[in-house]
Write a protein that binds this ligand. Structure first.
Ligand code: B12
Length: 240
């Protein structure tokens, strides 16, 4: 039975989008806990502030414990994995408990028409820089209709152009007060120091100026409360 519509509907109830999926090749060895290779991997994530209200309405947002968004994601991902008979994998599971982070950006590039932006974040033709991943769901088998729909969206994705290539001004590379981006690297410590110590708190309150300068999908820019939340998470931990 095709999983796609049911998964998509279950995610939407929580403000999340089914961001696509792919069938891993044998050599990629995405193993399920029982050792079987994953036949399909689906990615769930937010587009703009789509998940913000659902997250804010959850107890995780207000219990005062660390990593509220990650705990909300785990709660949802584990419940959906159990319901549909798969395994949930998380972008924030990594060192020191796990040897490596799961390569979410590589996975995502196989699900959607994503391109590298000068900020290192992936840019999407419609969502711009305003999207992220909350979990992946891996399954040991894949329905024929799902496989066919994934192959045809992979073909369509290849035809989408990188929006950064027609952006001659590249404002994202010129507005950072501490030049944390040069198109090749992100000077994360310089960025952190500025965000932490800037008297105006402009980046902390309204979000990263470079990311906000992107002309693609301005309506999806994170609202101030969400922008502040992510910037604070960036100050205190790794990129979530
Ligand atoms: C560690 C980490 C960080 C670190 C370091 C990132 C780095 N570049 O080394 C820090 C703390 C700096 C960080 C910051 C942020 N991060 Co971060 N981060 C991660 C995390 C947890 C692991 C990355 C990793 O090491 N993966 C392991 C490797 C094997 O996987 P990978 O798919 O190959 O990913 C790497 C390559 O693809 C590479 N890459 C991708 N394209 C290109 C192109 C070139 C030319 C090069 C050289 C490299 C490169 O970058 C990835 C990291 O090394 C991922 C989640 C995840 N599991 O992927 C989020 C993730 C990459 N971060 C994300 C975000 C949103 C952010 C922030 C904006 C969050 C914030 N609060 O503001 C900031 C700013 C980031 C910025 N401008 O660079 C999103 C990106 C979504 C998107 N649209 O692309 C992710 C996917 C998390 C998520 N939940 O969706 N992050």
């Amino acid at each position: 039975m095709s999983l796609r519509p049911a998964l998509s509907a279950a995610l939407q109830l929580n403000g999340l989008h089914l961001r696509g999926g792919f069938c891993p090749q044998a050599h990629e060895a995405i193993a399920l806990p029982d050792g079987r290779p994953a036949a399909v991997l689906w990615l769930a994530g937010n587009v703009g502030g789509s998940m913000w209200d659902a997250f804010q309405a959850s107890p995780f947002a207000h219990d005062g414990l660390p990593h509220p968004l990650d705990r909300w994601s785990r709660h949802l991902g584990d419940a959906l994995a159990q319901r549909f008979g798969g395994v949930a994998l998380y972008p924030f599971d990594g060192p020191p408990l796990q040897a490596h982070y799961h390569p979410f950006q590589q996975w995502a590039a196989r699900c959607e028409a994503l391109h590298q932006s000068p900020l290192m974040l992936h840019i999407h033709p419609q969502h711009g820089l305003w999207h992220a991943y909350r979990f992946a769901l891996a399954f040991a088998s894949v329905d024929a209709d799902d496989r066919a729909s994934l192959l045809s969206s992979a073909d369509a994705n290849l035809r989408e152009e990188n929006p950064c290539l027609r952006c001659s001004e590249q404002p994202c590379l010129h507005v950072c007060p501490v030049q944390a981006y040069d198109g090749q690297q992100f000077a994360q410590e310089r960025c952190r120091e500025h965000v932490r110590n800037d008297a105006d708190q402009q980046c902390l309150s309204g979000g990263c100026l470079a990311r906000n300068a992107c002309p693609v999908a301005p309506l999806l820019r994170y609202a101030p409360a969400q922008a502040r939340f992510h910037m604070q998470a960036f100050l205190s931990a790794s990129g979530r």
